[in-house]
Structures are given as structure tokens and as C-alpha cells.
Design a binder for this molecule. Structure first.
Ligand code: HEM
Length: 448
């Protein structure tokens, strides 16, 4: 008898449970298994065992309380080959850059830098509201552009969207889409490619490109070209602008100035480049949340700004509910770095552990009538906002989202201003009936 792993479905000899998975919505398969096997379960992709956590309380027990061993990520050679080695999201826990970058992101994108972020977002949301008036059909692309332009503005100081939008559409989004389409057909898919687990670069490099299944070499080459552009090009522009003294101050220009004054531990130029690329590639899911706005109108004489945030808890509740109802990252994949025991089960070192955030959002004991979009659930009896009950949508403990404050501000001001100016209602079909809003994932972000 093998070790006492968490229970799970029977698996086939070669594929394991690969064929059982709904590859577009694996969290739904995990929910189904959860009903059968409990809130902690395990299954196999080929020979690789994966643990899934379906409940918030178990996620807290393991990912929070034992975070020193549950904050790793799997070793994915393929990502390095594709040039994604800069990404904090994929970095191993012990990587010395990880803590440095997270600390710096907290300074640049967290509460300490709220005033600068708010300044940027007021300008960008103003543009968004105007663009929606010019052409409301392009609603979704306006939102993507708003999220991207805000990040570009804050990070690099690029205010002229038309001039720099190629960096988003021709470089960054292409890199993200290619990664999620060609390699990630579901977060667990990375575990499905045994080749991704291969610890040896040498082997990958020696496979001829024409070999069936070796198409990843071509993908990797194309990806490397894009990931290198997305790291180099904006940085070169900022450096040139700084050299000629015409730059607008930005997070990156501040980091360069800090580096030049050389305090101990300052980031190197390579660090700054990688850090900026993290932010640039991290922010796009924000747009999807705003997209899921539902019909509620706030009457205002003027456009709301950040000073109104305290006084408008219902707006914050709408943002919270949008994130709960449709979490942009439905699965957070951690990896356990030491063998652990939980509830009598063994979880061997190196096992990927998936937190099924989507399942937690549908837990009726935490959220009554969980499929209903109902912002009021976040308003307490005294009218104030319930601040914490859905924080898990930002992930867990040492790997929680470092872009949270930036994303929350980006969403809040866009939602506030759109609702202040426009009536939003459900689309109407040809018979004049409302088309219900479906909770579904149209495209796949990096983690989905
Ligand atoms: C609505 C918007 C967003 C949501 C819901 C979200 C949610 C998440 C979640 C669930 C994780 C995984 C946490 C875990 O593994 O436990 C994550 C990681 C991450 N997010 Fe976000 N995020 C959003 C926007 C952003 C933005 C705007 C940025 C950057 C500007 C960003 C940068 C990152 C990075 C770098 C990581 C990896 C952290 C690590 O592995 O240590 N995210 N995010």
C-alpha cells in the first residue's frame, strides 16, 4: 500500500485523471469531486499527484498557518525557457529576488503609494468615461485599455496611450495570450506536461523541433522574443527620456533615481526591468472584474473621486461582490516544500496544492445564495462595509497578490465613475427580453 494521500477519484494507468477534467473550468470538476471525497482531495495527472483544497478553513490551516512550507511554486522549466523567469508569480519560494520584488511592489503599488496611484487613476478613469460615451460598443476593450493604460502610466510614466499602446497589444497581451493558450489549458495543465517538469535545460535544447510534441521549442522561441521585448522596450524608452530630461515621473524613474543614489540593497537595473515586467503583465485581470458590473446606478452631481470612498460603502460592496461572484483567478496553485501530514493524510514534499478559490466563493455557509450577485451581503447592519470575508480572492499568506491595492483602486474609481454617469442594464435580445449575465470565463488569464 502506498502512502495515505488525501482521497480522490480512481485514475487510469497512463493518463491518471487527465481525461476526467473539464479543461476549461477545472475548478468545477474539483467542486464535483469535493462533494464525493471531501474538502481536501487528491488526483493524478500522468504520474503527478495534485492536492486540491475546496474549503476556506482548510486553506487557512495549510496555506496560512503553515505558510512557511506551503508557499512554494512548482519547478517549471518551460516557463524559464519561454522567458517568464522574471515573473514573481512563478518564482520558487527560496528565490532571493522574490522577497525583494514583493517588498518593492508593496512600496510602489501598495498603500504607501496610494496618493500617486490615485492621481494616475483619476486621469485614466476620466478618459475611460469619455471613451464610453464615444463608443459604448467597445465597452470591454475600453476597460482593458483603461487597466493597461493605468498600469503603464503609473509604472513608466507613459501618458500618451495611442503612442504606447503597441507595448500592450503587440507585445504584452500577445505574450500573455500565447502563454495561456499554448501551454496553460487550465492551471493544472502545467503539471500535465511531463516535459515542463524536466529539470534539465540540456535535454529540451537537444530535441529536434520537428519531433511531434516538441512544438514547445518553437513556442518557447516565439515567447522568448515577446518576453524580452516586454522587459526591454519600455525600459529603454524611460532611460532615453530620463537622459534627455523629458520624462514624467513614474515608479520606474523613481527606482532608477534611487539606484543612482545607491543606498545599500538598492535594486539593480536588471531587477528594475524584471519588477516592471511583473507589474505590466500582472494587471490585466482587473479589467475583467469591471466588465462584470451589474445594473445599479448611483446618482451624483459630480464625478466621484477617492475622497468619496468612505461615504460610498455600497460601491465598495459592488467591487467586492464582483470579485467574489466571478473571481478572476479561480485557482491559486501553491506547492508544498516539505512533506506534511494533515487530518491523517500525507502530502509529500513537492506536491502542487491547488486552492480552489472558486469553490470557496460558492460556499453557502459563508455566502448565502452564493450564485446570486448581491452586494448587500457585504454591508453590515450598521451600514458599514464587511472588510474581510472574501479576502481569499487575493490568494493566501506569503503569496497573496501584491497588486491588490492598485487593483482595488483601479476598479473602485472606474465603477464609481461609470455608475455616476451611465445607466447600465442587461443587454436585450431581439424579442425585447433581458439577456441574463452569465458567470463564465471568456479568456484565460495567466493563472486560469
Ligand atoms: C482584480 C484584480 C486581481 C486579482 C483578483 C488578483 C488575484 C491574485 C491571486 C489570487 C494571486 C495568487 C495568490 C496565491 O498564489 O495565493 C495573485 C498573484 C499575483 N498578482 Fe494579482 N490579482 C489582481 C491584480 C493584480 C495586479 C493589478 C497586479 C500587478 C500590478 C498583480 C500582480 C500579481 C503578482 C506579481 C502575483 C504573484 C505573487 C506571488 O506569487 O508572490 N495582480 N493575484
Amino acid at each position: 500500500r502506498g502512502p495515505n494521500y488525501p482521497p480522490g477519484p480512481r485514475s487510469l494507468p497512463v493518463f491518471g485523471n487527465l481525461l476526467d477534467l473539464d479543461s476549461a473550468n477545472p475548478w468545477l470538476t474539483y467542486c464535483r469531486w469535493g462533494k464525493q471525497f471531501g474538502d481536501i482531495l487528491s488526483f493524478k495527472i500522468f504520474t503527478r499527484r495534485i492536492v486540491v483544497i475546496n474549503s476556506y478553513s482548510i486553506a487557512v490551516d495549510l496555506l496560512d498557518k503553515r505558510s512557511s512550507i506551503y508557499s512554494d511554486r512548482p519547478n517549471l522549466m518551460m516557463l524559464d525557457l519561454m522567458g517568464w523567469g522574471f515573473s514573481v508569480a512563478f518564482m520558487r519560494y527560496a528565490d532571493s529576488r522574490r522577497r525583494k520584488y514583493r517588498r518593492s511592489m508593496h512600496t510602489g503599488l501598495g498603500p504607501p503609494n496610494a496618493a500617486a496611484m490615485q492621481q494616475t487613476l483619476l486621469q485614466r478613469s476620466d478618459t475611460l468615461v469619455r471613451q464610453l460615451l464615444d463608443s459604448s460598443e467597445g465597452f470591454q476593450s475600453h476597460l482593458v485599455n483603461y487597466a493597461a493604460a493605468s498600469i503603464m502610466h503609473h509604472t513608466f510614466g507613459f501618458t500618451d496611450w495611442n503612442k504606447y499602446k503597441y507595448l500592450v497589444h503587440d507585445v504584452t497581451l500577445k505574450a500573455i495570450n500565447a502563454l495561456s493558450e499554448s501551454v496553460f489549458f487550465g492551471a493544472q495543465a502545467v503539471f500535465a506536461f511531463p516535459i515542463l517538469q524536466m529539470g534539465s535545460l540540456g535535454v529540451v535544447n537537444h530535441l529536434p523541433e520537428w519531433l511531434p510534441g516538441a512544438g514547445f521549442k518553437r513556442i518557447a522561441r516565439e515567447q522568448r522574443a515577446l518576453t524580452s521585448r516586454l522587459q526591454e522596450e519600455p525600459m529603454e524608452i524611460v532611460k532615453k527620456q530620463m537622459a534627455t530630461g523629458i520624462h514624467s515621473s513614474s515608479w520606474v524613474s523613481d527606482l532608477f533615481e534611487e539606484r543612482d543614489s545607491s543606498p545599500p540593497g538598492a535594486l539593480t537595473e536588471d531587477n528594475i526591468k524584471e519588477l516592471a515586467a511583473n507589474v505590466f503583465t500582472g494587471g490585466f485581470d482587473t479589467a475583467n472584474v469591471i466588465w462584470h458590473l451589474i445594473n445599479r446606478v448611483v446618482g451624483q452631481q459630480r464625478l466621484p473621486d477617492f475622497g468619496d470612498r468612505e461615504a460610498l460603502p455600497y460601491l465598495s460592496a459592488i467591487c467586492r461582490e464582483a470579485l467574489r461572484w466571478h473571481p478572476p483567478i479561480p485557482l491559486a496553485g501553491h506547492c508544498v516544500s516539505e512533506t506534511d501530514e494533515y487530518m491523517g493524510y500525507e502530502i509529500p514534499a513537492g506536491t502542487p496544492v491547488m486552492a480552489n478559490i472558486w469553490a470557496m466563493t460558492r460556499d453557502a455557509s459563508m455566502f448565502k445564495d452564493p450564485d446570486r450577485f448581491y452586494p448587500e451581503r457585504f454591508i453590515k447592519e450598521d451600514g458599514s462595509l464587511d472588510e474581510s470575508s472574501s479576502d481569499f480572492v487575493w490568494g493566501f499568506s506569503r503569496r497573496t497578490c501584491p497588486g491588490r491595492t492598485f487593483a482595488e483602486l483601479t476598479m473602485w474609481i472606474a465603477v464609481a465613475r461609470i455608475l455616476a454617469v451611465y445607466n447600465i442594464h442587461k443587454a436585450i435580445d431581439s424579442h425585447g427580453r433581458e439577456i441574463p449575465v452569465k458567470e463564465e470565463y471568456a479568456d484565460r488569464g495567466l493563472f486560469v
